[in-house]
Ligand binder design. Structure first.
Ligand code: RTP
Ligand code: MG
Length: 148
C-alpha cells in the first residue's frame, strides 16, 4: 500500500493547526502510520530540501524549516501521495483553492503550513530520512472499514 511523508511546518505548529491537519487526513480515510513532534537539525533540512540547493530561496527555506518544531507524519492509503498533494493545495497559497489546506490557512509561499512528498521516490526517500523502521506502526483498523 502506498505511503507518503507529510509534515506540519513550524508556522502550522505555532498556529495550532496540527489537529486540524491530522483530522483532514483521518476523515478522508487515510491511515496514520507514524508521527512525531521534532526539531529538524540543519543537516537534515538541507538533505530533505536537497533538490532546491541551487534555488535563491534555499537558505530561507532551511532557516524557516529549522526555526521551530515540525510535526512529521507517515500516512498510508490508495493514491495517498497525489491525493495528499491535492488536499494541501498549490505551493503558493495565492493559487491554492479554498478547501485545500494552503487555500484555507496560508497567505505566502514561504509559510505554507504543510509539506508533502511529490512522488513515490520522494516519499520513500523522505520517510527514510525522518523515520526509523520501528517508528512506523503496522496495525489493522478494527472499526470503520467503510472508506476502503
Ligand atoms: P514542499 O516541498 O514544502 O511540500 O512544497 P512544494 O513541493 O509544494 O514546493 P517545492 O517546489 O518543493 O518548494 C519547497 C518549498 O520552498 C518554498 N518556496 N519558496 N520564494 C519562492 O519562490 C519559493 N518557492 C518555493 C515553499 O515554502 C515551498 O513549500
Ligand atoms: Mg516539494
Amino acid at each position: 500500500m502506498e505511503q507518503t511523508f507529510l509534515m506540519v511546518k513550524p508556522d502550522g505548529v505555532q498556529r495550532n493547526l496540527i489537529g486540524e491537519i491530522v483530522s483532514r487526513f483521518e476523515k478522508k480515510g487515510f491511515q496514520l502510520k507514524g508521527a512525531k513532534l521534532m526539531s529538524i537539525p540543519t543537516e537534515l533540512a538541507e538533505e530533505h530540501y536537497g533538490e532546491h540547493k541551487e534555488r535563491p530561496f534555499f537558505g530561507e527555506l532551511v532557516d524557516f524549516i529549522t526555526s521551530g518544531p515540525v510535526f512529521a507524519m507517515v500516512w498510508e492509503g490508495e493514491n495517498v501521495i497525489a491525493t495528499a498533494r491535492q488536499m494541501m493545495g498549490a505551493t503558493n497559497p495565492k493559487d491554492a483553492v479554498p478547501g485545500s489546506i494552503r487555500g484555507d490557512f496560508a497567505v505566502t509561499v514561504g509559510k505554507n503550513v504543510i509539506h508533502g512528498s511529490d512522488s513515490k521516490e520522494s516519499a520513500e526517500r523522505e520517510i527514510g530520512l525522518f523515520f526509523k523502521e520501528e517508528q512506523i506502526v503496522e496495525y489493522k483498523k478494527l472499526i470503520n472499514d467503510w472508506s476502503n
